[in-house]
Ligand binder design. Sequence first.
Ligand code: ATP
Ligand code: MG
Length: 291
Amino acid sequence: MRVTPTAEFMLEPVLEPSVLDPNKDAGSSRDAIGLGQRAGKGLDTRHGTILTLEDISVSFDGFRALNNLNLYIGVGELRCIIGPNGAGKTTLMDVITGKTRPSHGKAWFGETLDLTLMSEVQIAQAGIGRKFQKPTVFEALSVFENLELAQKTDKSVWASLRARLSGEQQDRIAEVLETIRLTTSVNRPAGLLSHGQKQFLEIGMLLMQDPQLLLLDEPVAGMTDAETEFTAELFKRLAGKHSLMVVEHDMGFVGSIADHVTVLHQGSVLAEGSLEQVQENERVIEVYLGR
Ligand SMILES: Nc1ncnc2c1ncn2[C@@H]1O[C@H](COP(=O)(O)OP(=O)(O)OP(=O)(O)O)[C@@H](O)[C@H]1O
Ligand SMILES: [Mg+2]
């Protein structure tokens, strides 16, 4: 039976990173990406579906950015979402993370959590992590400190940094550093990293929270070929343990990671299937891929 979230998800407030973030624009949305304690360990996914969106509509002044959209993501799946500019891909992520409320429709995380009733912070705490296109790491802090902060729940940044880490927490940071290939840059200020490395660090910060579902909006934009290749490798490695929803325009990248692709157009699903299948779809060719 579906139930609304319980007090279990009403945890302490997350730390306010905008204090440290020189980039306030990006910082203002940081609370949506999973800083803070996660409470969703017992997520009920007994039917194998981690995300269920049914009949979702979003209107902006009468304009339908999402239009009766249906989407199902399986546990451990790596799903790519493609589609022309303005198709509604980012709006879709906004709905999942609680940033935008649908005017209509259902959004379930696992079997029991109604995302339409949860705040952005509750959704992040329940296990949905989001990466925005622009990296939003704390440039003045080291790679290690960025990961350390992402793990903490204490509201006070400086208290967090001073607090001693447990052996388990240290191990987790070491593991994530390895995963994002930043072990040798552990003490570098994040501001000195390349654009791609900052993106990897931000993914690492998400991983510190061990989210069940990761949403990544145009993750390889601006990356070098080598960084793009590493991102593909990384996402393939993360799939299975996590579910991933990746929005990307780079078809080479999509082809290298996706086993299942959803094409959005004018706020609805236009086609779904393997990349080969959607690439052969006449409507998809017409509205997006071209001939
Ligand atoms: N807050 C808003 N107010 C009004 N219109 C909006 C708002 N957010 C999005 N839109 C409109 O909704 C439509 C979908 O936008 P969205 O950003 O979701 O597209 P997208 O698929 O992510 O595009 P892109 O590939 O360019 O990133 C666009 O026409 C956009 O102008
Ligand atoms: Mg977008």
